[in-house]
Design a protein around this ligand. Structure first.
Ligand code: PMP
Ligand code: GLU
Length: 397
């Protein structure tokens, strides 16, 4: 009798089968139906893209340096773009040289590279609860155990860190301290200093993700956690993005990290995609060198401030009595909580049939999801459309 065939190994890795798809991306498909007013995806307003300025920048890259623009290039990124990123970070109060920076394919890739570099399967990652959905996916795919840090309306409670680090022995703390996704919250300066100090004392890596920091509509700028002096050995990775200030379709982001982490991240990036698109990097560098990005951001900020205000003005009439929501000073999101007994996921189907959408809050939680929560993005519609969207939401409820 022939020997029984050996049992084949499972077709897919556990880290793949145990990581859920993103509801934000799934809802995005539903909201592409014409006529839908979407508070769902965290998308920049497309009519505000500086398409003309970017067309000129691509023209320049392809006309003045076509052979370079279309060729393979270094993994670290185009020197002129690294310089421009370093200059902007330095101007924001964090002295940075071009060599401190790695250009990435969106800041999402920076997160993946840092995670690949630091996390072994089973390692513990600390996160805010709720936190950015695609960060949870990234940590899940790395086989990390994700543990929430106690937070309040302003974000992480620094005093809670010692106990949780003693108990869980985490490798890193991931935070979106400014206009957080999904809550819109901003961690105050004093707490940033305390978190940076505690992380340094405990030998914890700090991964600071800041795609929204330039989108402030009121209040004073709060320095990065990375700008707070920590221990002698720097264990801070700062992730930045051009998605919200230029255009997300460019897929351009960056990582500022100490030399050792950066070196490993470069190897991880070699294995992932060799390098970020050369022509996109050169076009972005031309744009930064010749157009006035800050004037463009100021224009975007003015429009988004009006849109945020329209959402905040009308939300009270749309949501049921007893709902609560916050008032973010910037970014793209308002975080709301429905009264006892309501369920945001159930509400979503009623909303979609009335051609309005949002994202239920539950998938953003690393633990203890709150089914009453929802995220409302206010960037992609005019104040008039926001008013109509809220009217539809009111009828759905
Ligand atoms: N981090 C956070 C907190 C985000 O909300 C997003 C997406 N908006 C990203 C990272 C990824 O941005 P990018 O387009 O630069 O990859
Ligand atoms: N980060 C954006 C959000 O949370 C979405 C980006 C995307 O997945 O399209 O909505």
């Amino acid at each position: 009798m022939p020997a029984a065939a050996p049992t084949p190994p499972p077709a897919f890795a556990t880290r793949a089968t145990s990581t859920e798809g993103s509801p934000v991306r799934e809802i995005l498909a539903l909201t592409e139906r014409p006529g839908t007013i979407s508070f769902a995806g965290g998308l920049p307003a497309p009519e505000l893209f500086d398409a003309e300025g970017l067309r000129t920048a691509y023209d320049t890259a392809l006309t003045t340096t076509p052979r370079r623009a279309l060729q393979y290039s270094t993994t670290e990124g185009a020197p002129e773009l690294r310089e421009a990123v370093a200059a902007r970070a330095t101007a924001r109060g964090l002295p940075t040289g071009p060599d401190d920076v790695l250009i990435t394919s969106g800041s999402q890739q920076a997160l993946t590279l840092v995670t690949t570099t630091l996390i072994e399967p089973g390692d513990v990652v600390l996160v805010e609860n709720p936190t950015y959905l695609a960060a949870l996916q990234c940590f899940g795919l790395a086989g990390a155990r994700v543990v929430p840090v106690p937070c309040d309306e302003e974000g992480i409670l620094p005093d809670a860190l010692d106990a949780i680090v003693a108990r869980e022995r985490p490798k890193l703390l991931y935070t979106v301290p400014t206009f957080q996704n999904p809550t819109g919250r901003t961690l105050p300066g004093t707490r940033r200093a305390a978190v940076a100090r505690t992380a340094a004392r405990l030998g914890l890596w700090l991964v600071e993700d800041d795609p929204y920091g330039d989108l402030r509509y009121e209040g004073a700028h709060v320095p990065w956690l990375a700008a707070h002096p920590g221990a002698e050995e720097d264990r801070t990775a700062l992730l930045g993005s051009f998605s919200k200030i230029m255009a997300p379709g460019l897929r351009l982001g960056w990582l500022r990290a100490p030399a050792a982490l950066r070196r490993h991240a470069v190897v991880a990036k070699q294995a992932a995609d060799l390098h970020t698109s050369t022509v996109d990097q050169l076009a972005a560098a031309h744009y930064l060198g010749t157009a006035d990005l800050d004037a463009h951001i100021a224009k975007v900020r003015t429009a988004y401030r009006d849109r945020r205000d329209a959402l905040l003005t009308g939300l009270g009439d749309a949501l049921p009595a007893g709902s609560t929501w916050n008032r973010p000073e910037g970014g793209m999101f308002v975080w709301a909580r429905l009264p006892e007994g309501c369920d945001a996921t159930a509400l979503l189907s009623a909303a979609i049939s009335r051609q309005v959408a949002f994202v239920p809050g539950s998938p953003f939680f690393a633990a203890h999801p709150d089914p009453r929560t929802l995220r409302l993005s206010f960037t992609t519609h005019t104040p008039q459309e926001i008013k109509e969207g809220l009217r539809r939401l009111g009828t759905a409820i």
